[in-house]
Each structure stands twice: as structure tokens, then as C-alpha cells.
Design a protein around this ligand. Structure first.
Ligand code: SF4
Ligand code: SF4
Ligand code: SF4
Ligand code: FES
Length: 951
């Protein structure tokens, strides 16, 4: 099924839709009676009725500005010619958009623009997608009476510093659309207009080029520009696209909707979908520009096999590779028992692919040894929210934040990891919402252009539970709790016990001050602010979940929300910001070893019977191995074979040397991926994967929003990932016969109550759906727990603070915490293969100047970082973004070995690794670490073995 349509520039209504939607007003435009919502501009009213008004400075993504004067209209009873973009529609208004006088005025304005604009439309890359060209054509302007001979900007030099777009001032009509987009949509305030009148020109930063300015390459200004002044380099090189396919970004958990715009089979650009519910036309540098990895030369498109990992790879056909993998896996089961093999699903793959992998493991492998990379990020979210609220998911839609008065941002860095949500959040803050940031690091949300957090609580890594308990302690001890809400909606017995616990002195801000490092007075101020609301929302990230008490903190967060009555309506809620694109979906699809799809325990006979009946196979009732258990069992010789789809555990999981030892000990490792990633270097079978542009399916974002992924180009290796899993399952003896992923979704809907109403046809109709979607909520559920919690009454779990075992000592006196950067994504396999590396090309160690000075470390020095797990070497960056005693790095580059340092400490309930707290020592060194030397040798050898296969 071809889901592409011919490319045409998106419809632009000139000014934004007024919000909130109010009463209707009636007016007449060009003799047509029109009803629009109060607050709608005359321009928008005309466009909504299909009447075109010329415009240049107006666009529907930013508020009207009224500078170009080409949109003038006549209004009966009014003097002059008001600008239709800045004039609001009123009851009884009679408007004329066309008259000879208007035409003359508009022509005059356009001729002035044209007198300072190259008239080479025919060779311009934007020919056919330029509003100046359209306006000039509509008015019959082909040349300017003023000529091109006067003072002009035609020779102004281009700014080509950004790898993805070019600014050509000679094409600029100084309409300010880019400036307003950067300010209002992105919230970066990187652009200004320098000079006045004729001298006015757009500049980035302080008269810098784009690359050196604060610009974060989100592309909002490029979307907004009506001419070719700001244009994607890909369009300059290839020209305008011919067709477009609407799909979903494959990077973070925001789940932005995009139009993949193509010429033939080449993606020219990705433009954010104005109708996308998660992003409403906005994007970040990853989804907007970093798609080139999909056709990078490193893509492997032929299946490969080898006997052992020191052998060269051998390229083979699909049939031989699948047969080889199945025979080896079956052979291991015959030799070592049915539980000796398992599988890992990926949060980067679609729901349908993930569902099939867990189904294959349970039905074809005959065990429950299936786990997902969500194990190492948000598994505590699932556990904590299920326990307290009854559902393992966030409670709101992203636009809920538009109604928040107070936002607690805890252990999340949205400007880097969830940029499009960060822009929405910043907008809300500019409107007056208050912000509390609880984070060891001074992230951008603490202080940046037009953003200033009310409080930055720079808590020490590992003290989240003490912090969240102290917040609740203040609220209860000062009588600020929502008594009626608690009495009506929560389990009172559990609440009484919890209340007694939380009032203990050990939970007071004064008592926890030592553990958290937060002055008691600041914590009290934060608690009072949060309790006052009236709409207080909590947004959190991996800085909450990736701890030995991650599940406890999540429960503490849910307690705090219930305590203050902040669940069940817009503007409030508990909102986990999921790291990867489909973390929510991979968990929903039954990827955990103890749960079938829809978070139902494998030990429940009724649940098993449902799946056994549909799948026609007997299922095991005991949970299987989690990822860390698989590694331990591999090292001890009990686990022998692994099928790993789309995950790079050798780089992403903690304690790299332990993971490498586990992978080396496997007798059959089957990796399915688009690149020969770090894990694949230990593999015996490589099955080429397909990128998001090459397949159909769905992703589920952090808001529980199921969004369509649609095939824009044919799979480079011939098959979509779900087809490959199906081949393997069939070869293992368990038949699967889907002909399209929509059939897999139909099966998911049949078996999973929260997905009962989901289908591809409905997704096509609605664009996206937030689950639960069923008879009770046929179009989905934006806000959860509205009248009651999914579990009935809310449950206050006791959340005692147990300090982590990972403490500073004389040998390891600093705490290392890790995170992400805007331009790179997770293990970097995709973004490192794009021009995003021009923004960030290596992981560095952030260290406070005090700690650096004590160690004789200067900016840019090589630093050895050692923990009880291992050691590595990174370059030092001296900054007071981190507090003394804390160091920080990212994990996007293979050679950095950030996870060589992290330990196998993990969350008590879910085994989610404690990435965020590692006791380390840092010293100045002159050589790379032992592990790095070993890594380089092994990587070079494996590359050689790969090249032998290609030769
Ligand atoms: S790309 Fe984004 S951040 Fe950069 S100038 Fe344009 S709107 Fe601003
Ligand atoms: S660069 Fe484009 S959007 Fe910005 S002022 Fe110039 S023409 Fe307008
Ligand atoms: S915010 Fe996330 S989903 Fe949206 S474009 Fe960026 S990476 Fe993609
Ligand atoms: S479009 Fe209305 S003044 Fe420019």
C-alpha cells in the first residue's frame, strides 16, 4: 500500500487558531457569510472559508506582527485599509479582500520588496514554494518600477555555517517570521533584527553566524521563512520534494509527527507536521535534520553468519541466515535445555515488531526469557505507577502543561533530551507558571533566555527519595495536603500508615538536608509552592528512575501528586519523560519477562489462557530472565543463545566489561540491526534491520500516544524487521503468517483491553490515539484517573529512604552522574552518522573548577576516571554547572566507555541500573585507559572481519 501523496506546501491560515475556543462571531467576507471563533483574525477567517488574502509577514505558527502591509483589506464603516492579519473578526463585519485600490497598494508594496530581491525565480531552489513569488504572481508583478539599481542587499554574503541550512540575506524580506518563530515556538531567542529601516538585517546571536550563536538548529525559523532566505541545504542541493509520507520521529519519547518529503526514493527533508498532536508543527535538530544515517554507507544490507566471533563474516542469503540462526538456537536448547536461550526487544522498534519478538520468545522459544531496553531506563516507572495508581504510564497529554501553574521538574533535562516538550514548557513559563528544578546539575531550565526557575534544588546524586519524602513531610506537617481529595480518592488505611511514616522527624527537610544537600529553607519553600498550585504537575526523567531506589522515588512522586490532589485533570499529573521513541510501547507490548501485553502477569491462568487460545501454544507461568540475569547466567554457563533486535547492550548497559564477558560467553548471538553495532561485534548471525523510514508500524510516546510509522522508502535489505522475526519464528517451528503490521495491531487489540479500540483505520482517521482506547474511550484518553484511579483508590506506598551502597570513599571521593546532549541520541549509533557530530563530537567530563584545581586538571586535559567497575579516559571541561563533588558525562560515543565506569548496582524492584550514581576518582593522565586500548584493537579487528565479508 503506497501511503505517499504528492508534495504540496502545507496550508497556512495566516494567524494561529485562537485558544481557548470561545463563542462564534459572524461576518461577511467578499459577500460570503462566515462564522468563526471569537479571537480569529479576519485573515484566518478568510483562509478558513477558502478566500486567499496575500500575505508575507503572517504565518499561522506565530502571532501576527503586521509589518508587510500586503494583507490590507477594506472593512465597511472603517477608515483606511486595516491589515487583515492584525484585525479580529467581529459580528456584523463586512470585509472586502479584493478591489482595484487594494490591488494598487499591494502591488506597490511588492514592487518595493522585489526591488531588493534577485529576480531569478526560475533557478531558485524554492521556485514553487515561495510566498513572495506567489504574491507577486497573484498581483501580476514581474518587475519593479524601482529597478534593482538602487541601494540593495543583493551582494550580502550567505551564512553557510550550519550544516543543515543556509541563510541568504539577499533573499530576506525582513518579515521577522524567523525571529518570532525562534522566540515564540522554540524559545531560544537566538535571532534579532539589527539596524533600522533599510539597514535592518536578521542576525544570529551577537552578530555571529548561526553555528556560533545560541541557535540549537531546531529549524523553526526555516519552516517560518516565506522565501528562500532560510532554506534546508538538502533543498538547495536537490530541489523541492515531489511526494510526502506522514510518519513519526524515531528518536525521543516526545514522538513528533513529520512529513518525510521525498524526490524519488531520496528523502529531501523532514518537516514537522502542524497537525501532529505531540509537536504541533515543531521539531528539534534530531528529528528535523538528522535522518541521513538511514542511508549511511555503514548500513549493512546483507545477512551475515560466522561460526565464532574470531572468524570473518560470510554474506549469505536470507534463507540461509535464518536457517543457520534457527538451527543454532534449537541446537542450544536441545543441548542445554529450553531455558538456555532468550530475546531482547527494542524501544527503538515499532510496537508490532516488539510484540512479535516477545511472542516468538514465549511461543517459539517456549520460555519467558524476554526483556527490553526499558529495563535500563524506565522500568521503575512501570512498577511505581502501577503500584500506586494502577497503570504503568504517564497521566497526561503534553498540552496539559499549558494549564499548569507550578511545575516540578525532577531528574530530567528536557532542553537536551525532550526538546519539543521543553519549548512548550518554556512557553508556559513565559506565561507565568512557576518552576522548581530538582537536579544535581544546573540544567538549561534553571536559567536561560527568558527562563528562570523559582528554585533550583541541586540535590546530591542518590538522594531522590529523601528529597521527595521531605517535600511530602512539609506538606503534611504544615497541613497543606488536599484533605477532601485524599478522603474521596485514596485508600485511607494505607494513607493513615503512610502519614504516620512521613511525619517522622527523619523525613523532615532539616533531617534530610545532609543527605540531599538541599538547604531546609529552600526545600520548605518548594513544598509550599508545589502545594499551593492550584495546578501542580511533576515531570521527571531518568534522573529519577536510574537509581537503586528508582521505584521508591516513582512511588514517592505519585504520593506527592495524590497528597496535593494533583491527578485526574488537565495541568497536573505525573509525567515520566521517556528516553527513547518507543519505551512506553515496548513495555505495553509485553516485553518484560513477567508480563504479557497490557502489563498482565504470566502467572495469572486466565491471562495465559487468553493468549494460549489465540497463539495456540502452551505458555510458561514463571517469569523468565531479566537482561542482567541473562548476562549473569551467560557468564555462569546456563544461558547460551540470545536474539537481540535493535538494541546495543554492549554500549548502553552498565559495567561494560561484565556485558562484554557475557556476550563473549554466548554460543549463539543473533543481532538484528541497521549497523554492525558494538553488540554485533560479538555476534554469530547478523540480520540486517530496517530504519523507521523503511517500515510500517506504530510508536507509543511518553503521553501513551500511539502514532503511525509509515514506509517512505523500500527496506534497504529487502524486509521490514517484523518480517524477519516472522521468518525466524517459522524456522524455529512456530508458524506466523502476518501479511501486514496492521494484522499484528489487530491481534494486539483483540488481546489487550487498553488497546481494544485501536486499529490502523482509526489511526489514519485520528492521526494518533492515546491509550486506553476501548468502548469506554473510543477516541483514546488524554487524561488518566479522572474520576477514580485505575486501581480504584489511590495507594500511598511507604517510601523509606535507604542510602545507596554506592558511596563516596577516600578511594572514590566524587560522584559521577550521566546524561544526554541535544544533538546526540542514546548510544549515538544514528546521530554519530549525521552532521550532528559537528555540534558535539566527543563525550567529555564536566568537573567543577574546585575539584579540578585540587587534582591539577585544566580545561581540555585528559582525565582518568576510575570506579570499582573499571576506568576510562575523557577530556575535562571545567564548569560550575556541576557542584563540587559531582562529575558528569554523556555516553554517546563508543570509545568513551562511560559505561565501563558505571556499576551493576540496580533498582531493588526492577533491576534498573543505577547509572546516575557511581563513586569515582578522577586524575590527570596522559594515556588512554587499558579498556580503551583493548576496545580499539577489538573494534579494528571486527571491522577487518566485516570488510573481508564485503570483499
Ligand atoms: S534553528 Fe531554531 S534555534 Fe536556531 S535560529 Fe532557527 S528557530 Fe532559533
Ligand atoms: S530570513 Fe526569512 S523569515 Fe527571516 S526575516 Fe528574512 S525572509 Fe523573513
Ligand atoms: S523532540 Fe524528540 S521526537 Fe521530536 S523531533 Fe526531537 S527527537 Fe524527534
Ligand atoms: S501579512 Fe498582514 S501585515 Fe504582513
Amino acid at each position: 500500500m503506497d501511503v505517499s501523496r504528492a508534495y504540496r506546501p502545507p496550508q497556512d491560515f495566516g494567524t494561529p487558531r485562537p485558544m481557548p475556543l470561545g463563542r462564534l462571531v459572524k461576518l461577511s467576507i467578499d459577500g460570503e457569510e462566515i462564522s468563526v471563533t471569537q479571537g480569529t483574525s479576519v485573515m484566518r477567517a478568510a483562509f478558513e472559508a477558502g478566500i486567499k488574502v496575500p500575505k508575507l509577514c503572517a504565518t499561522d505558527s506565530v502571532d501576527a506582527f503586521g509589518s508587510c502591509r500586503v494583507c490590507l483589506v477594506e472593512v465597511e464603516g472603517r477608515k483606511g485599509f486595516p491589515a487583515s492579519c492584525t484585525t479580529l473578526a467581529e459580528d456584523g463585519m463586512v470585509v472586502r479582500t479584493q478591489s482595484e485600490r487594494l490591488r494598487q497598494i499591494r502591488r506597490n508594496v511588492v514592487e518595493l520588496y522585489v526591488s531588493d530581491h534577485p529576480l531569478d525565480c526560475v533557478v531558485c531552489p524554492a521556485n514553487g514554494d515561495c510566498e513572495l513569488q506567489d504574491t507577486a504572481d497573484a498581483l501580476g508583478v514581474t518587475a519593479s518600477r524601482y529597478g534593482l539599481a538602487g541601494a540593495n542587499h543583493l551582494d550580502a554574503p550567505k551564512d553557510e555555517s550550519n550544516p543543515y541550512f543556509t541563510f541568504d540575506p539577499s533573499m530576506c524580506i525582513v518579515c521577522y517570521r524567523c525571529v518570532r518563530a525562534c522566540d515564540d515556538i522554540q524559545g531560544t531567542f537566538a535571532l534579532t533584527v539589527d539596524g533600522r529601516g533599510f539597514e535592518s538585517k536578521i542576525t544570529a546571536g551577537q552578530m555571529e553566524n548561526f553555528m556560533d550563536s545560541e541557535c540549537v538548529s531546531c529549524g523553526a525559523c526555516v519552516n517560518a521563512c516565506p522565501t528562500v532566505a532560510l532554506t534546508e541545504n538538502s533543498v538547495i542541493q536537490m530541489g523541492l520534494p515531489e511526494r510526502s509520507v506522514t510518519t513519526t520521529c524515531a528518536y525521543c519519547g516526545v514522538g513528533c509527527s513529520f512529513h518525510a518529503e521525498l524526490k524519488g526514493d531520496t528523502v529531501v527533508r523532514m518537516t514537522p507536521n502542524k497537525d501532529g498532536h505531540a509537536n504541533e508543527g515543531h521539531a528539534c535538530v534530531k528529528g528535523r535534520f538528522a535522518f541521513g544515517y538511514a542511508t549511511h554507507k555503514d548500513r549493512i544490507t546483507k545477512p551475515m553468519i560466522r561460526e565464532n566471533i574470531n572468524d570473518p563474516w560470510r554474506e549469505v542469503g536470507w534463507e540461509e541466515a535464518i536457517r543457520y540462526a534457527a538451527d543454532r538456537l534449537r541446537g542450544l536448547q536441545e543441548k542445554y535445555g529450553p531455558d538456555s536461550i532468550g530475546g531482547i526487544t527494542s524501544s527503538r522498534c515499532t510496537n508490532e515488531e516488539t510484540y512479535l519478538v516477545q511472542k516468538m520468545v514465549r511461543a517459539a522459544f517456549g520460555n519467558n526469557n524476554v526483556d527490553t531496553c526499558a529495563r535500563v531506563c524506565h522500568s521503575p516507572t512501570g512498577y511505581g505507577l502501577k503500584t500506586t495508581l494502577g497503570e504503568s504510564a504517564g497521566t497526561q497529554a503534553f498540552n496539559s502543561v499549558d494549564h499548569s501553574n507550578v511545575i516540578l521538574l525532577m531528574g530530567a533535562n528536557p532542553t537536551d533530551a525532550h526538546p519539543v516538550f521543553a519549548s512548550r514548557l518554556k512557553k508556559r513559563l513565559r506565561e507565568g507558571a512557576r518552576l522548581i528544578v530538582a537536579d544535581p546539575r544546573r540544567i538549561d531550565m534553571v536559567s536561560s533566555a527568558h527562563v528562570k526557575a523559582d528554585l533550583h534544588l541541586a540535590l546530591l546524586p542518590g538522594s531522590n527519595v529523601a528529597f521527595i519524602n521531605a517535600m511530602a513531610h512539609v506538606i503534611v506537617s504544615e497541613g497543606l495536603e488536599a484533605k477532601d481529595y485524599i478522603a474521596e480518592r485514596c485508600e485511607l488505611e494505607a494513607y493513615t500508615a503512610w502519614r504516620k511514616f512521613i511525619l517522622r522527624e527523619e523525613n523532615s527537610p532539616e533531617a534530610t538536608e545532609r543527605a540531599t544537600g538541599i538547604p531546609a529553607s529552600e526545600l520548605r519553600a518548594a513544598a509550599r509552592l508545589f502545594a499551593a498550585g492550584p495546578n501542580s504537575a511533576i515531570y521527571y526523567g531518568l534522573g529519577v528512575s536510574e537509581h537503586s531506589q528508582g521505584s521508591t522515588t516513582v512511588m514517592g512522586i505519585a504520593n506527592l501528586a495524590m497528597l496535593t490532589g494533583n491527578l485526574g485533570r488537565e495541568g497536573v499529573g505525573v509525567n515520566p519523560l521517556r528516553g527513547q521513541n518507543n519505551v512506553q510501547g515496548s513495555c505495553d507490548m509485553g516485553s518484560f519477562p513477567h508480563e504479557l501485553p497490557g502489563y498482565r502477569h504470566v502467572s495469572d491462568p486466565a491471562v495465559r489462557a487468553l493468549f494460549e487460545n489465540e497463539w495456540q501454544v502452551e505458555l510458561k507461568s514463571e517469569p523468565g530472565l531479566r537482561i542482567p540475569n541473562m548476562f549473569d547466567a551467560s557468564i555462569s554457563g546456563r544461558f547460551k543463545g540470545l536474539y537481540c533486535q535493535g538494541e546495543d547492550v554492549a554500549q548502553s548497559d552498565p559495567n561494560t566489561q561484565h556485558v562484554e564477558a557475557a556476550l563473549r560467553a554466548l554460543e549463539c548471538l543473533v543481532v538484528q540491526d541497521i549497523f554492525l553495532n558494538e553488540t554485533a561485534r560479538f555476534a554469530h548471525v547478523f540480520l540486517p534491520g530496517s530504519s523507521f523510514l523503511e517500515k510500517n508500524g506504530t510508536f507509543t510516546n511518553a503521553e501513551r500516544r500511539i502514532s503511525p510509522v509509515r514506509k517512505a522508502i523500500a527496506p534497504l535489505a529487502g524486509y521490514e524487521d517484523w518480517q524477519v522475526t516472522q521468518f525466524l519464528s517459522n524456522a524455529m517451528g512456530y508458524p506466523m503468517n502476518y501479511s501486514h503490521p496492521s494484522e499484528i495491531m489487530d491481534e494486539i487489540a483483540r488481546l489487550t483491553p487498553t488497546f481494544a479500540g485501536v486499529s490502523y483505520a482509526k489511526l489514519d482517521r485520528l492521526g494518533s490515539i492515546q491509550w486506553p482506547c476501548n468502548d469506554a474511550a473510543p477516541d483514546g484518553t488524554p487524561t488518566m484517573h479522572v474520576d477514580e484511579f485505575v486501581r480504584g483508590k489511590g495507594y500511598f506506598a511507604i517510601t523509606g529512604f535507604v542510602p545507596t551502597d554506592e558511596r563516596t570513599t577516600r578511594k572514590y571521593p566524587l560522584l559521577l552522574t550521566t546524561g544526554r546532549i541535544l544533538s546526540q541520541y542514546n548510544v549515538g549509533a544514528q546521530t554519530r552518522r549525521t552532521a550532528n557530530s559537528e555540534f558535539y563530537s566527543e563525550d567529555v567530563l564536566e568537573i567543577h573548577p574546585f575539584d579540578a584545581e585540587e587534582r591539577g586538571i585544566s580545561e581540555g586535559d585528559w582525565c582518568g576516571i576510575s570506579s570499582r567497575a573499571g576506568d576510562t579516559v575523557l577530556r575535562a571541561v571545567l564548569t560550575d554547572r556541576v557542584q563540587p563533588g559531582v562529575v558528569y558525562t554523556t555516553f554517546h560515543f563508543t570509545f568513551s566507555g562511560a559505561n565501563v565506569i558505571t556499576t551493576d548496582n540496580s533498582d531493588w524492584a526492577t533491576n534498573c541500573p543505577e547509572y546516575k550514581v557511581t563513586a569515582v576518582q578522577v586524575s590527570r593522565v596522559s594515556e588512554r585507559s587499558h579498556w580503551q586500548h583493548g576496545y580499539r584493537d577489538f573494534a579494528e579487528k571486527q571491522q577487518h572481519l566485516l570488510e573481508m565479508a564485503k570483499a
